[in-house]
Design a protein around this ligand. Structure first.
Ligand code: ATP
Ligand code: MG
Length: 320
């Protein structure tokens, strides 16, 4: 089957290993067979902070990361929210399709509120999952490669698509989420690895920075290394990361390290991560920012054309 793939990231900082194993690897894989759209979700930056702060630098970072991991601009359309006003227009009818209670019980929104830097929760925090429905449905997306935190949002999109089709006649496909090898990679403090939570290994970090980050990672008091995700989540996460970077089973790595303790595990992990990221980092250093911005500019034009068409279809279906 031929898919239309849509997914994206907030320009809140450089991409990290959670992105890579959660969604980027899938995007790169899918680009050869399907039509892939990648969204720079710039409006979403202000869901949990007052100002978009340093937005242009963060967008540049995101673009460089995309190109570094192997997204090919000849195959993939990279575009940004703020360049496609039709997405905001789709938001309006879509909002009418969901209830306030449905918006309020979204577990990812609750988690993001808990980590928000804002004193008061904004309306955007509750409604951005519906904006995301517009992001996915404007291109009639059928497949959404995301991390586990995004599943409730994809559920909102499915709800919006189904309800729209029921009320106004079939316009939209009902998309599926697709998870990667690590649907929810933990950060070095044990919580979800996130750009905004200071617990991530950025793809672009230097080898020394990577070593320092891993050295400071939380572990536990038991010197003997075992892979027990339930009872030893921090150690298990480091083993999982080492496994992902080397293509080996975390249990096997644990056995090999055994009484070597956290120090040996961290040394091994540092090497594994740096080796895994070396070609990505090298490619990143070769990409030109001006070229990356051109890619976004062209992607914006392509996405806009499609959004205008879908919005017209929506208006017609609704009888406007
Ligand atoms: P922020 O802290 O600013 O929200 P983030 O690290 O959560 O940043 P997003 O831009 O919100 O990154 O998410 C982009 C994509 O990466 C989403 O599909 C999300 O599910 C996925 N993702 C983010 N963090 C992880 C993780 N730790 N493990 C797996 N997937 C992840
Ligand atoms: Mg996030």
């Amino acid at each position: 089957m031929n898919h239309t793939v849509l997914t994206g990231d907030r320009p809140t900082g450089p991409l990290h290993l959670g992105h890579y194993f959660g969604t980027l690897a899938n995007r790169v894989r899918l680009q050869d067979l399907h039509q892939v759209f990648v969204l720079v979700a710039d409006y979403q930056v202000i869901i949990d902070r007052d100002l978009p702060g340093g937005i242009q630098a963060n967008i540049d970072d995101l673009l460089l990361d995309y190109l570094a991991v192997g997204l090919d601009p000849r195959k993939v359309t990279i575009f940004q929210h703020s360049a496609i006003p039709e997405l905001n227009q789709l938001l309006l009818p879509f909002l009418s399709l969901v209830s306030v209670a449905e918006l309020q019980r979204n577990p990812t929104v609750k988690d993001e509120i808990a980590h928000s830097s804002q004193a008061a929760v904004s309306g955007l925090m509750f409604t951005y999952p519906v904006h995301q429905a517009a992001d996915i449905l404007f291109c009639k997306g059928t497949l959404v490669p995301v991390g586990k935190d995004q599943l409730p949002h994809v559920e909102v999109t499915r709800l919006v698509a189904r309800r729209f089709n029921e009320r106004y006649g079939t316009v939209f496909p009902v998309p599926e989420a697709m998870m990667g090898d690590a649907p929810l990679l933990s950060g070095l403090d044990g919580g979800k690895m996130s750009k905004s939570r200071g617990n991530a290994i950025a793809l672009k970090a230097s080898e020394d920075e990577t070593a320092a980050l891993i050295r400071a990672a939380r572990t536990d008091a038991d010197r003997h290394i075992t892979y027990e995700p339930e009872s030893r989540p921090e150690v298990a996460n480091l083993l999982l990361l080492a496994g992902l970077c080397t293509g080996r089973a975390p249990e096997e790595i644990a056995e090999e390290i055994g009484d070597g303790g956290a120090a040996r595990l961290k040394g091994m992990l540092t090497e594994a991560v740096n080796e895994f990221l070396r070609p990505i980092r090298k490619r990143r250093s070769e990409v030109d920012v001006a070229e990356a911005r051109r890619v976004l500019h062209e992607g914006n034009a392509r996405a806009r054309e499609l959004a205008v068409r879908t919005l017209a279809e929506v208006r017609q279906a609704m009888g406007f």
